[in-house]
Write a protein that binds this ligand. Structure first.
Ligand code: NDP
Length: 500
């Protein structure tokens, strides 16, 4: 297990250095997560069932390295059963009036709200992210997503896809570990609202909230087979995305896996949407309000330990304000509290897995080896678990790996520019195109810059803002298809088969 600084024994959030205030611990109770079974099978046809195979995987609390539960490694036969269950359920589910489907989605949304504390704690334990974020961001977004798409279910005629648009059929959905329950909601809510049935595979390191969501589907009385959850690693994901009886594949994850799925499905009739990686530029012009921009840069890269596809991982700061800006940024970074994800004071929790920690460590070591200057605030890290201090690199050139590759950790690479044209040129100098940020007081400069940035989402004087009504997605190597908003219905509608 790699660590990047000295250790202490207890997983407590570390007090910021030099501040006037210290924080007493404010721990959330792990018991609020409810009962975690010692082992889980799959959720197929409305029942929790054993796998046809005997291989089991373990999910670990990344803050303590304790095993939380075992779960099944889905076999090809398990995937067959799940797809067959979804296929059986499709005819009745798609024939329901939209207003009836909406009732189930509204019910799920309300149950998520009612069980929000339980889900927030469970997510925090399984993923390592701070309870403050699961409580105030992830779980409220999950409920919002179901409420929003429940609202669309009986209004599809007015969505812009012609009268009475038809569902695609059975959707295979594969999601990553960075926002496990939220990614599930982004996938399942629009699919169900439009009349599809789904088989979803959660990531291998974070299956627990998807399995808890299966209980919520039962609690909501969702007809059997409309939602099926099959757990396992990439082999299960590959069996699902390649299954001949799925009509649509929705994938969020790394660009290499997305590319392999696109190759697999090329020439078939299966519909595909891909939400892949990013290397977003956050551009700070010399007229930007410094304190507000610093807050936005910190939120842009240190939110969720930097495990965010649209993270603002490249700071482009105008040369004339560089020194002042970096001084303020370092001061703010020194107040970030790293440690126990269940402490309500914690800003930066645990890295999701030892594999991800190794990848972050490898890339940051490469940054130093290639000549960039590394800086982190002083803070002790807990003795067990996977941790990484918030890190800043200056003296970064565009050729450095830390400026080109997605690190997916709390690491910010700083580059400078002199003119707006140079900022745009550098921001676009990436194979990705998911998101970008602009910080300036001038509206005209925002419009000038945004219209030249090749990114699916551009935030101005803010960052990482999400809303179910707003479409999200990328282009270039960040994928295609949109999630959220009216546009997020299209991947689940067979627009060719609509009534005219
Ligand atoms: P992956 O792309 O490997 O995993 C995403 C999901 O796909 C997981 O459920 C995974 O299963 C599954 N999967 C893996 N291989 C296949 C396959 N051949 N066919 C179908 N499904 C498959 O991402 P990782 O989790 O390994 O993360 C690696 C890197 O990807 C990160 O460092 C980051 O750069 C990027 N990433 C980007 C995300 C985004 O939101 N855009 C999210 C997560 C990662 P399992 O986890 O069980 O192996």
């Amino acid at each position: 297990m790699a660590k990047n600084t000295k250790k202490t024994d207890a997983p407590v959030a570390q007090a910021p250095r030099g501040g006037l205030f210290t924080y007493a611990p404010a721990p959330e109770s792990p018991a609020a997560a409810g009962d975690i079974a010692t082992s889980y099978g799959h959720f197929i046809g409305g029942e929790f069932v054993d796998s046809s195979g005997s291989e089991a995987l373990k999910t670990v609390n990344p803050a303590t390295e304790q095993v939380l539960a075992e779960f099944a490694q889905g076999t090809g036969e398990d995937v067959d059963r799940a797809v067959a269950a979804a296929r059986r359920a499709f005819a009745d589910w798609s024939a329901l009036p939209g207003s009836e489907r909406a009732k189930y989605l509204f019910r799920i949304a309300r149950i998520v709200q009612e069980r929000s504390r339980e889900l927030a704690v469970l997510e925090s334990i399984d993923n390592g992210k701070p309870i403050r974020e699961t409580r105030d961001f992830d779980v409220p977004m999950v409920a919002a997503w179901f409420f929003y798409y429940a609202g669309w279910a009986d209004k599809l005629d007015y969505a812009g896809y012609g009268p009475n648009p038809k569902p695609v059929g059975v959707a295979a959905q594969v999601i990553p570990w960075n926002f496990p329950l939220m990614m599930l909601a982004w996938k399942i809510a629009p699919a169900l609202a439009t009349g599809n049935t789904v088989v979803l595979k959660p990531a291998e390191t974070t299956p627990l909230t998807a399995l808890r969501f299966a209980e919520i589907c039962r609690q909501a009385g969702l007809p059997k087979g409309v939602v099926n959850i099959v757990t396992g690693d990439g082999r299960t994901g590959a069996a699902l995305t390649a299954h001949p009886d799925v009509d649509k594949v929705a994938f969020t994850g790394s660009t290499p896996v997305g590319r392999s799925i696109a190759r697999q499905l090329a020439g078939t009739r299966t519909k595909l949407s891909l939400e892949l990686g990013g290397k977003a530029a956050n551009i700070v012009f010399d007229d930007a309000p410094i304190d507000q921009a610093v807050e936005g840069i910190v939120n842009g890269i240190f939110f969720n330990q930097g495990h965010v596809c649209c993270a603002g991982s490249r700071l482009l700061v105008q040369e004339s304000v560089q020194d002042e800006f970096l001084e303020a940024l370092k001061r703010r970074m020194s107040t970030l509290r790293v440690g126990d994800p269940l402490d309500k004071n914690t800003d930066i929790g645990a890295i999701n897995s030892s594999a991800q920690l190794s990848r972050i460590t490898e890339l940051t070591d490469a940054g130093e080896a290639e000549g960039a200057e590394r800086w982190s605030p002083s803070c002790d890290l807990p003795g067990t678990g996977y941790w990484f201090r918030p890190t800043l690199f200056t003296g970064v050139s565009q050729a450095h790996r830390i400026a080109r590759e997605e690190i997916f950790g709390p690491v910010l690479s700083v580059l400078t520019f002199r003119t707006p044209a140079e900022a745009v040129e550098k921001a676009n100098n990436t194979p990705y195109g998911l998101s970008a940020g602009i910080w300036t007081e001038k509206g005209s400069r925002i419009l000038w810059t945004a219209s030249r940035l090749k990114a699916g989402v551009v935030w101005a004087n803010t960052f990482n803002k999400f809303d179910p009504a707003s479409p999200f997605g990328g282009y270039k190597e960040s994928g295609y298809g949109r999630e959220g908003g009216r546009h997020g219905l299209e991947p689940y509608l067979n627009v060719e088969a609509r009534d005219v």
